[in-house]
Every structure is written in C-alpha cells, then in structure tokens.
Design a protein around this ligand. Structure first.
Ligand SMILES: Cc1cc2nc3c(=O)[nH]c(=O)nc-3n(C[C@H](O)[C@H](O)[C@H](O)COP(=O)(O)O)c2cc1C
Length: 303
C-alpha cells in the first residue's frame, strides 16, 4: 500500500476543486491510500478581501514570513506528497509558507518526493522558484509541477481576478470573461491522478524522472517572464517600505499602501504598455534566450 499526503490551502474553494478532481483516480486506486488535509491558519484570512487587508499581507507574502498554522494529524512519512498552493504576490500563499516552515513539515517532507499543484491568475514563475527553495530547505525533492491558470488573456484577468478577490464575484461582465480557471480545465485534472496512480503502482515515484511530462502539465507564457522579474524586484523594495511603515493593519502601513497602489496603477497604465511595445520590437533578437527561459520554467513537467 502506498501512502500519499495531499495538502492544500484554498479560500474560495477553487484550488480545492482542482485537487478534488486530480486525486479522484487516486481515491479509487486500491493500492493507494490518500491522506487529504487542508492547511488552516490559526487566524483565518478574509475572503472576499477588504481592500486594505488584501494589500496588508503583501510584505509578509513576498518575504516568505509565513503564519502560524494548525497542527495536522499526519503519519510519520509518506511515499508521495501532493502540495496544492495559490500564488500571493508572486509567492506561495502565506498559510502554505507557514506550514512549510513548521516543525511538522520538517519531519514529513524530509526525503519525500513532492508534486506541486498551482492554481492562480497566471503569475506563478517566481512563486515556484521560492517554493523550490522552501522544499530544498526541507530536504524534499520536487518531482513534478502542475499549473492551472485563470481563463482569458492577462489583460482581462488583471481586472477579473482582483474583482473576484475583493468582491467574491466571478461572473462575466462587459467584455470580460468569468474569473477563475475554466471548468473544463478543472475537470481535466483527473488525467494527472490517473498517471500518478499507475506510477505509484510501479514504484516510479522512487526514481528521479518526472511522472507528468507530455501531459500539458505546465504552460509557460513567455511574455510574462520579464514582467514577473521586474514586478518582483519592485515588490521587494515596496515590501520593505510597507513593513517599515508599521505593523499589519496599522495607520502608517495603510498610508504607504495607498501610495503604493497609486504607484502600481500608474505603472500599469504607463510602463507596462511601453514595456510590451519594447519587447515586441526586440522579440526577433531575443528568440533564443526566451526559448531557453521558457524551457527552464517548464521544468520538471513541461511539454
Ligand atoms: C492576496 C492575494 C494575492 C494574489 N497574488 C497573485 C499573484 O501574484 N499571481 C497570481 O497569478 N495570482 C494571484 N492571486 C490569485 C490566487 O493565486 C488564486 O487564484 C486565488 O486566490 C483563488 O484561489 P483559492 O480561492 O483557491 O484560494 C492572489 C490572490 C490573493 C488573495
């Protein structure tokens, strides 16, 4: 019998519905036992988010501070861990980071292969780099990565995802599509569970080769690589400023957050279109380096 630990933290239930579909075949697999557990912060985060609460978590998410999480009922070790997480400000969500920094995670992740499952708007590259670091600190091994992103072009989700987070509304409006991951994509997640079930029956998780290649597990949007790097650099600077301005939800912090959101909006309306134009002009000369970067971020489960 193989023991699989399935962990996730989901606010609206979207990531949970991805995990539900993904592990369906594993739950039906007679040789596999799944321990399906939700990571729960000691102090729950709101959903939908009041505006200032949303931006108040920004510095702690970026600097991977984590938060206290409730202890889980776990076995001492597992054959495989499936870790479902969402991206918060280009970083793993604070509760997931909190769990990965707990003493419980130190024991259970040690020497264990991990499949990360990401469900986010569409900016997950830096978050996954940070996740790789967290897993390395736990002496665990990233075996595969599966990514689900919100439907519609980046320009649309830049509006639809924050609207959903701040109001709870996912419905389509004007020319914008519905927020979140397309239902068809969520339904198709079971193909990964089927493959994992077969792999576990053949002890393939003990090897070093990824199990979910050639299944469309990861699609890297090359246009977002530079954007994520530029945004993350500015996130590091602004996070420091916001932290220095005061404790979470203090007046000082909210003042700097107000300045930051005005700055962010100005940036999006001016620098982002200019950057897109600049990249369009340069793209014929940067084909090789872009292809290399895409190949890197697609690892280990791409194509
Ligand atoms: C505070 C916060 C920050 C977010 N930042 C990002 C981000 O940087 N990149 C991204 O693709 N999605 C981002 N999202 C969207 C989430 O990754 C995810 O799609 C959304 O929270 C729904 O997940 P859930 O309801 O299953 O928890 C953010 C959401 C929240 C609440």
């Amino acid at each position: 019998m193989k023991h699989v630990l399935v962990l996730y933290y989901s606010q609206s239930g979207q990531l949970k519905s991805v995990m539900d579909r993904l592990i369906e075949p594993l739950l039906q697999c007679s040789d596999v036992h799944c321990d399906y557990q939700e990571i729960e912060p000691v102090r729950p985060y709101p959903y939908p988010w009041p505006f200032y609460k949303f931006f108040n978590v920004f510095p702690e998410a970026v600097y991977l501070d984590g938060c206290p999480v409730k202890k889980l009922q776990l076995r001492e070790n597992y054959d495989l861990i499936l870790l479902g997480y969402t991206s918060w400000f280009l970083s793993p969500s604070i509760p997931v980071t909190g769990f990965l920094k707990s003493t419980q995670a130190k024991q259970v992740f040690k020497n264990t292969p991990v499949v990360t499952v990401i469900a986010c708007r569409d900016m997950w590259l830096i978050a996954q780099e940070k996740m790789k670091g967290l897993l390395k600190d736990l002496d665990s091994r990233l075996l595969d990565n599966v990514v689900f992103t919100d439907q519609g072009k980046s320009l649309y989700t830049f509006v639809t995802t924050p609207r959903w987070m701040l109001s709870g509304r996912k419905d389509p409006f004007w020319f914008f599509p519905a927020a979140g991951i397309h239902k068809k994509e969520i339904r198709s997640a079971s193909r990964f569970g089927e493959r994992l079930c077969k792999a576990l029956q053949n002890d393939e998780e003990r090897g070093t080769f990824p199990l979910l290649c050639h299944m469309g597990a990861v699609n890297v949007n090359g246009k977002l690589i530079a954007t994520e790097h530029i945004a993350h650099r500015s996130f590091l600077i602004w996070s420091k400023l916001i932290k220095k301005a005061g404790a979470p939800n203090s007046k000082g912090r909210n003042v700097v957050i107000t300045i930051y959101t005005v700055f962010l909006l100005t940036l999006v309306l001016t620098v982002v279109p200019l950057n897109m134009l600049f990249r369009c002009i340069l793209s014929p000369f940067r084909k090789k380096s872009l292809a290399k970067a895409i190949e890197y971020y697609e690892q280990p489960s791409g194509k």
